[in-house]
Design a protein around this ligand. Structure first.
Ligand code: VGL
Ligand code: ZN
Length: 240
């Protein structure tokens, strides 16, 4: 019967190859695609990245490829987020918030770049840009959701106090190589790709599916120096 068949199969495997489970093997090439912040405010809105709309089609062509897992990220800030310049513009004679030293979200002594108000959660600016193939995403990672914490990397906040769900998603699929595309090349793409290296992944940036706020080439050079691999859409299609 079914039960005894299954038992004998298990025991013969145990006898025939003692110690086979402990043989160390290199993990099988298992690629993931991570599409960073392809949202209205970064394409057409308050923090529009130059030429961002030109990468929608290249990004869609990557989304069509057979990655083991496809993840999108969204910048998703509360209004009055710590990264908004407006948040820090106080009227004369207003009171001001003093953060408690034991508050884990304290901002004292830490650098924070200030931006225009952008990607406010549940507003159109935070939505995926029209035309993006969003139906293929297996997971969406939101970042910058806490009022007093900034995240450029999809792995963790800029002060490395807390890690997102992304490492667990990648680990659960046995991912070895992570390919990044999207916005902005010199902020969220760069810091996410650098963290991927630090978290032990082979990290790839698809250069013709990325646009930067300032200069693409400077961002690419810095990433390359720090262990990120650069690849074009065409070369990536040949690899998969
Ligand atoms: C980003 C600035 C502020 C990005 C997010 O997605 O690169 N840049 N928030
Ligand atoms: Zn942001």
């Amino acid at each position: 019967d079914l039960c005894s068949t299954s038992v004998s199969t298990t025991s013969s495997a145990d006898i025939s190859s003692p110690g086979s489970e402990s043989t160390s093997t290199t993990p099988k090439y298992t690629p993931a695609l991570i599409i960073i912040d392809m949202q209205n405010d970064f394409v057409y809105g308050t923090l529009a990245v130059p030429d961002a709309a030109t990468i929608i089609e290249p990004v869609n062509s990557l989304i069509d490829l057979p990655f083991k897992v496809k993840v999108a990220t969204r910048d998703f800030h509360p209004d009055s987020h710590i990264s908004f310049a407006e948040t820090h513009r106080k009227p004369l004679f207003s009171t001001t918030m003093i953060y408690h030293p034991e508050d884990p979200h304290e901002i004292m002594g830490m650098q924070q770049v200030l931006w225009p108000i952008h990607c406010v959660a549940y507003t159109g600016g935070a939505d995926f840009v029209p035309g993006l193939k969003t139906t293929e995403f297996d997971a969406v990672v939101h970042k910058g959701t806490h009022p007093n914490i900034e995240s450029y990397s999809a792995f963790r906040d800029i002060w490395h106090k807390a890690v997102s769900e992304l490492p667990d998603i990648l680990a659960s699929h046995g991912i070895t190589d992570v390919y990044f595309a999207g916005l902005a090349g010199d902020y969220c793409v760069k810091y996410t790709a650098l963290d991927a290296v630090e978290f032990g992944y082979k990290s790839w940036v698809v250069t013709d599916a990325v646009k930067s706020i300032s200069q693409d080439q400077l961002a690419f050079e810095e990433m390359k120096k720090k262990g990120v691999e650069l690849i074009t859409c065409e070369d990536l299609m040949a690899r998969l």
